[in-house]
Design a protein around this ligand. Structure first.
Ligand code: PLZ
Length: 444
């Protein structure tokens, strides 16, 4: 285990004097285009704790946006990376291949849903995985149209920006965007006109109707969806929506692509969130939790689709770097050997119990939702569903001042999302939830 004590401890205000000094240098040196969720400078991190340069120990309820699910500097990740860096740092897999890349692909082929023959490629980021998944689907189907969903998030490159729903801050002024990307209504039970039950009855039918009438099923190369939308605010579609889309895709020769960049690798209590409803995607995009913090992403899919591309058609200098692959093998071994899927379910039960108790107390909470260690609160003006983003600033600040890092999300900027490392000790988790409760109490 990490040598960093798993206790919250504040020795200065947040930010402390050393963080403040370095943050001044940040403003001088780093583009102001980059946001910052918490105004500290991190010095070390391990398990569920971030230690800043002033010596404050902060509970990490964000995992660097669902990345360090196995904890920061997890033992197996560190050991594998050290050994790999000493052996060699880079050859480019397309120039001179190495075993680590192949082993990560084998693991992806084994762990992703479905028992069919699968193959994989490795890349550097989630956005790059989505870009490649779309390239593959278009090439394979010889079609162009890509279907995405309201509230969806797929990245910041030109194509994935166009696939992402939310304008501010991701798209504003960055156009023009790539053509042939079509956004469909999302099955968002909390905000569906008529409510959650109507959503379950109507959403799938509406989306299929639009695909058939507005695009023509035979023109659609791929349907791309996050099984639970991440940046969009942890929107969980009603039962049947994902299987229905997947079935429609299969019946119409459309490639069904699950974007499991945020939901993957045990986060939701299964290795992949698609498994909860037995959905078997044709292609699955992975990143984030795959490699314990090193940059790595993958596209895994049906062998006949993955092999339909001409030799040399896919690649990149750094994709599947040997160091990132070594980290991934350490992270995957940790997830499997420490049974982090089961742990994610336990964490989910603890969080959702606590959040539901908060909902009973505070009418500004409109909904508690999520799955496993991916849980969120959506804030509203009491009595209705009008988004209430204004309360978030105070809640986040209160948590920070008490040494808890939480993240926000949502198209309306009114969602608090919790994504703790799956190795978070239970006492820390409960402490963070208790502080969040006090933060919300102080906001009303
Ligand atoms: N698909 C579902 O969640 C990344 C974005 C952070 P990259 N989400 C965090 C930010 O503001 O840039 C994400 C995701 C889903 C794709 C991506 C993109 O992954 O590794 O950030 O490119």
């Amino acid at each position: 285990m990490t040598s960093i004590p798993q206790v919250r401890a504040l020795v200065t205000d947040i930010p402390g004097p050393r963080s403040q000094e370095i943050l001044k240098r940040k403003s001088e040196a780093v583009s102001s285009a980059l946001g910052m969720a918490i105004p500290i400078i991190v010095e070390r991190a391990g398990g569920g704790i971030l230690v800043d340069v002033d010596g404050n120990s902060i509970i990490d309820m964000g995992s660097g946006i669902a990345v360090v699910s196995v904890g920061n500097s997890a033992d197996r990740v560190v050991a594998n990376v050290k050994a790999q860096v000493e052996a060699f740092t880079h050859t480019c897999f397309m120039v001179a291949p190495y075993l680590g890349y192949i082993e990560v692909c084998e693991a992806l082929n084994r762990l992703t849903p479905g028992t069919h023959k699968k193959k994989s490629i490795l890349l550097n980021s989630g956005a790059e995985a989505l870009e490649n998944a779309v390239k593959i689907a278009r090439h394979y189907t010889k079609r162009q149209a890509i279907v995405v969903f309201e509230h969806g998030y797929h990245g910041r490159t030109n194509l994935t920006m166009g696939m992402t729903a939310k304008n501010m801050p991701y798209k504003e002024g960055f156009g023009p965007f790539a053509p042939e990307v079509y956004r469909m209504p999302m099955a968002y039970p909390f905000r569906w006109e008529g409510g959650a039950q109507e959503c379950e009855k109507e959403a799938l039918e509406l989306v299929i109707h639009k695909m058939e009438k507005e695009l023509g099923a035979k023109n659609i190369a791929a349907i791309v969806i996050e099984p639970i939308q991440g940046e969009g605010g942890f929107i969980v579609p009603p039962k049947g929506f994902l299987p229905g889309l997947s079935k429609f895709a299969t019946e119409n020769g459309i490639v069904f692509i699950a974007d499991e960049v945020q939901t993957g690798f045990a986060r939701t209590g299964q290795m992949f969130a698609s498994e909860d409803e037995g959905v078997v995607p044709d292609l699955i995009a992975t990143a984030k939790g795959i490699a314990g913090g090193l940059p790595l992403a993958g596209v895994t899919g049906r062998a006949e689709i993955m092999d339909s591309i001409h030799s040399g058609g896919l690649g990149g200098t750094y994709g599947g770097s040997p160091v990132a692959c070594a980290a991934a093998l350490g992270a995957i071994a940790t997830i499997e050997e420490e049974n982090l899927c089961a742990r994610a379910k336990e964490i989910g039960a603890i969080i959702s119990t606590a959040l539901n108790a908060m909902k009973d107390k505070y009418p500004i909470i409109g909904e508690v939702r999520g799955r496993g260690a991916m849980q969120a609160l959506e804030f509203v003006i009491p009595g209705g569903i009008e988004p209430n983003p204004a309360v978030l600033t105070g809640i986040v600040k209160f948590c920070q001042n008490e040494g808890v890092l939480i993240l926000t999300a949502g198209t309306y900027g009114n969602v608090i999302r919790l994504l703790p490392p799956l190795v978070m000790p239970e006492n820390l988790l409960r402490e963070a939830l208790e502080i969040l409760d006090r933060a919300i109490a102080s906001a009303i």
